[in-house]
Design a protein around this ligand. Sequence first.
Ligand SMILES: C[S@@+](CC[C@H](N)C(=O)[O-])C[C@H]1O[C@@H](n2cnc3c(N)ncnc32)[C@H](O)[C@@H]1O
Length: 256
Amino acid sequence: MNNTDLLFYDAYEQFYKMTGESGAFESFCREAFGQDFSQDGFSDIRQIDRILNYIPSGEDVHILDAGCGNGKMLGYLQDKTKAYIHGFDYSENAIKAAKKMFQKRADFRQGLIGEIEYPAEQFDLVVSMDSMYFAPDMEKFVLQIMRWLKMDGVLFVGYQEGDVMPKTETSKTTVLAKALDKCKIRYEVEDITRETYELLKKKREAALLYQKDFEEEGNKEWFDLLMIQTDCVTGTYESFAKDMARYIYIVRKTGD
Ligand SMILES: C[S@@+](CC[C@H](N)C(=O)[O-])C[C@H]1O[C@@H](n2cnc3c(N)ncnc32)[C@H](O)[C@@H]1O
């Protein structure tokens, strides 16, 4: 299949080209999210630090980020834990950048969700922040990840509704929750919609703070996009929560 036929492929190629060049975007990420991981989503440092609780200590620890972008989040997790980091993403620009930045105990691959394969029982943790939505078959992808996990390993998912996925009623009715239920896989879920509303407000303020820098770099279109993405928080929390929700799903691989 021609990559350019894939949903958002060209947009992500441009995005990861821009993140490699733009000082304004780097400053924006630091201000908005607390750390620059070239985020194209909602994962601020509070969410990423929650992941640390699921990384065991020891030498032979392997973690995978599905939809890893340019790998900066994995680089941060490695700094904190010394784990071996693995990541895949369909964006050539993202994976090129990741390979250049992270060479020690690291494996980055260009690949498609649903197609890329890893050996069974390889990972202590699989993380996917704002990327599970792109699975052509959610049940199949969930089962694939469960196969990749070691026993007692954890899948950690940051999952937004009202963006790529339409808003459903609750954390139990999302496409991911339904797929987990269908596969009889138990999960815990935390509703972080309120936190996300505050984060998006911060994201808007940060974009405005660096508006001039974006413009001077010739990156006004990215500033404009940030304004569009955060338009949903110009009203009250109640109106935001009608159309948007954010959850963290934790799935542990158990023997039963
Ligand atoms: C919303 S971004 C999230 C990126 C990063 N995890 C973060 O939190 O900032 C979605 C990521 O998934 C990647 N992606 C989209 N569709 C994909 C697919 N079908 N297969 C693999 N990666 C995909 C994009 O290139 C992008 O890096």
